[in-house]
Design a protein around this ligand. Structure first.
Ligand code: HSE
Length: 315
């Protein structure tokens, strides 16, 4: 596709739930309710700079283009594609910082997809992944694609090779609905990764693999009960839950309420569970909301089906 004359583009990229209990660093899903928005303007100076950074938690973000997850991918794009012109960015954060909802991936994906529209030979989304991944790595200290893939492409994404990066977007039954809680505190992804042990036991590997098998069999058969029953993490969650106050009680409350397996979204502190339809989702949301209220802890919660679009232009 040849495109001349686009000088400015605005792109929205959704929040994502990474890991989904069974797929640490290789499974993620885009959710529909909110995300980051980036406006990119083509400028004559051969550099990348910010026009503005605003929105939720924007005070906590680096303004140095080399350190920000939205601008860094565009620096790499200029280098690799040998662009003569530069980019000016306006970043509007809709995803809270260090929330476990893929905020850094969202900024990076919105930026690369917006900038792509300004190229004389725009690339496919798949060809922009490496730029977005380098932006995401600025926040977490390592390259993992489980937020970036669903954020850019939409849907539920399974990675099945890291080198080369290979993945597949998989269909999820339209009734299967995510309920997500965002407690009002931050967990630094870098820290949440640094506390993880490099070793696991053979029996942990087997147990976790059985849950992974159950999850994908449930997905294949559109079997909600099997998917929900399989949403368990016996490796990463036990190490990270100490970063989330009341985690065991919240998890038990969801299980006692209707057999829901609640787990951590990404590096946390956000939590998620899978419900079968909107009505169930509303009841579960209210139940866990009331737990947070009883404890006097701030939380935002939402219900979302899968966002199949991923990053898209809004202007
Ligand atoms: N898979 C990543 C993790 C997602 O859990 O650390 C957070 O960026």
């Amino acid at each position: 596709m040849k495109s001349e004359g686009h000088l400015r583009a605005t792109c929205f990229a959704p929040a994502t739930l990474a890991n989904l209990a069974v797929g640490f660093d290789f499974l993620g899903v885009a959710v529909s309710t909110f995300g980051d928005t980036v406006t990119v303007t083509r400028i004559e100076e051969p550099l990348v700079r910010f026009e503005f950074i605003e929105g939720i938690d924007s005070d906590g973000l680096p303004t140095d283009p080399l350190k920000n997850t939205a601008s860094y991918p565009l620096i790499k794009m200029r280098e690799v594609l040998n662009l003569k012109f530069g980019f000016s960015l306006g970043l509007k954060k809709g995803i809270p910082l260090s929330s476990g909802l893929g905020g850094s991936a969202s900024s990076a994906c919105a930026a690369v997809w917006a900038a792509n529209k300004l190229l004389s030979n725009p690339l496919k989304k798949e060809d922009l992944l490496s730029f977005a991944l380098q932006g995401e790595a600025k926040a977490s200290g390592s390259i993992h694609a489980d937020n970036v893939l669903p954020c850019l492409l939409g849907g539920l994404n399974l990675i099945f090779s890291l080198n080369p990066l290979s993945f597949k977007k998989l269909p999820l039954h339209k009734d299967f609905t995510f309920v997500v809680w965002h407690p009002h505190f931050r967990v630094d992804t870098f820290k949440a990764r640094s506390i993880l042990s490099k070793n696991i036991l053979l029996n942990q590997h087997t147990e976790q693999s059985l849950y992974l098998s159950g999850f994908f069999l449930g997905l294949y058969e559109n079997n909600y009960n099997l998917m929900n029953q399989s949403l368990k993490d016996v490796i990463v969650e036990p190490q990270r839950k100490k970063l989330i106050p009341h985690f065991d009680e919240i998890q038990k409350r969801a299980y006692d309420f209707g057999g829901y397996n609640l787990s951590i979204s990404g590096a946390g502190p956000s939590l998620f569970a899978l419900a079968n339809g909107q009505e169930e989702a509303k009841k579960l949301k209210n139940e866990i909301d009331s737990f947070f209220k009883q404890k006097g802890e701030g939380v935002e919660s939402f219900i979302s089906s899968v966002n199949e679009r991923g990053a898209h232009y809004v202007d």
